[in-house]
Design a protein around this ligand. Structure first.
Ligand SMILES: Nc1ncnc2c1ncn2[C@@H]1O[C@H](COP(=O)(O)OP(=O)(O)OP(=O)(O)O)[C@@H](O)[C@H]1O
Ligand SMILES: [Mg+2]
Length: 248
């Protein structure tokens, strides 16, 4: 189900081919995200999901195809320029600064877009989303739990108030109770602040349950896509990605 009547996607990835050196990873992948949607990408290890985000965010130049943000062609722009388009990216790898405090990490999130006037309200906003970080604002990030460090990374990406958040496996390596909180926060970000979210997740069922739509990426292209509900009820997807247990 689409949540917005606008027919122009906020993000349109068109027939992208990309890879590393001689290795081709994405073989013509097309994907749309509409304003105010949460869209999940699921698929096996090595399918090219993270490569897709790197190609969108300018860390990897696509060999062909294009990436559009609204009406702007953002194909092959540098990550710095893409940030200015109000897109944020939380990579799969851990990226917080361990020797800095929570507050300093969040400030870094604002410096990357060269803004300082919005610092206070932006920090207040992320502390509303992550009350746990507010309590620990002066703690050194390297001493925090894995789940808390993941929250710092997400919070840092949200400092410039992006319109679109690309988030690669937010729940990876977290205990079930913590990943529930992370999913709840992503949902709150979407519902309360209207942020559009494109999320890669191994935790397919939980991801689809909070998403409007989903894509199944296999071997560098998009094998299935549809409403989350239709994907959750697709027997083939249930078998491959949802533990094979149909749920009514
Ligand atoms: N920097 C790199 N240089 C060479 N090959 C790479 C590089 N990064 C990724 N690859 C290869 O590209 C393919 C796709 O990797 P990618 O990280 O996009 O997969 P993924 O779908 O995100 O997998 P996972 O679910 O394990 O995170 C893999 O075969 C991987 O080995
Ligand atoms: Mg990955």
């Amino acid at each position: 189900m689409m949540v917005d009547s606008e027919d122009t996607p906020l993000l349109h990835i068109h027939d992208i081919q990309a890879g590393y050196g001689k290795i081709s990873v994405l073989h013509g992948l097309t994907l749309d995200v509409y304003p105010s949607e949460i869209v999940s990408i699921i698929g096996p290890n090595g399918a090219g999901k993270s490569t897709l985000f790197k190609a969108v965010f300018g860390f990897l130049t696509p060999r062909s195809g294009s990436v559009w943000f609204g009406k702007n062609n953002i194909t092959s722009l540098t990550p710095e320029k893409i940030l200015k388009h109000e897109i944020a990216y939380v990579p799969q790898e851990r990226t917080s600064f361990p020797d800095m405090t929570v507050e300093e990490n969040l400030q870094m999130g604002m410096y990357v877009v060269g803004e300082s006037v919005r610092m206070k309200p932006a920090m207040q906003r992320v502390f509303e989303l992550f009350p746990r970080l507010a309590e620990r604002r002066r703690q050194t990030v390297g001493t925090m739990s894995g789940g808390e460090q993941r929250m710092v990374e997400i919070a840092r990406a949200l400092m410039p108030e992006p319109r679109l958040l690309l988030i690669d496996e937010p729940s990876a390596g977290l205990a079930p109770v913590i990943n529930k909180q992370v999913f709840a926060t992503i949902r709150k970000l979407n519902m309360d602040y209207g942020t559009t979210i494109l999320m890669i997740e191994q935790n397919a069922r939980q991801a689809l349950e909070i998403s409007h739509r989903g894509y199944v990426v296999e071997d560098g292209y998009n094998r299935f896509n549809g409403s989350s509900k239709s994907l959750l009820h697709n027997p083939e997807i249930q078998q491959m990605y949802l533990g094979g247990t149909p749920r009514l």
